[in-house]
Ligand binder design. Sequence first.
Ligand code: B16
Ligand code: MG
Length: 218
Amino acid sequence: MRVEAVILDLDGVVVTTDEFHYQAWQRLAGEEGVSFDRKINNRLRGVSCMESLTILLEKAKRKYSDKEKKEMAARKNRYYVDLLDEKLKPDGVLPGAMDFMEELKAHGIKVAIGSSSKNGMMILQKVGMDAYFDAVVDGNDITKSKPDPEVFLIAAKRLDIEPWDCLVIEDTEAGVAAGIAAGMKVFAVGAAADDERADVSAPSLEHISADEIIAALT
Ligand code: B16
Ligand code: MG
């Protein structure tokens, strides 16, 4: 393949907002008397807000109506956005991510974001990167979240690049599956680094250069 575009997942690849998601879910769970810990939080990584709520409520003592669930998801999002607003700064960009993307741009490779988060644009604004990418596709643009390939296929379309010339960088199982389903090559990092379905992997973008990745795929 020729790598013509790289579509990066946001949370866990370019920035880490994981701790803020954890704190917001924990506050909601506390208010509702539902048990919640980091192990359950790990299952929420990469999946949408409503799907995360369904997982959180697996241990609830009672059933919640759809109206109640909508209110709870909105409440969690308020807590999360308040944390982002207060705490997310340009130093929230993960080590190695900036150099990696600069290297791609220097090769004339297009760079995009493919995120499940409805707060994707706000996150990019907070770290000063809202004008950095050739395309940004987030949770507001999609009807089906990862592992469905929709987010990555929309990104490829906006970039005007064929899916088979795109490389996805992901940190979750659902995201790796979405990249494969999109017909793209997948580079797995972080929590997904040992996912054998990926074409290439590394602990983070700090541990490998873009040149090494491109060479491994061509
Ligand atoms: P929001 P990504 C994902 O972002 C997060 O990893 C996941 O934990 C979160 O539930 C999901 O976005 C939805 O986020 O609540 O902000 O809409 O990894 O796809 O960039
Ligand atoms: Mg992620």
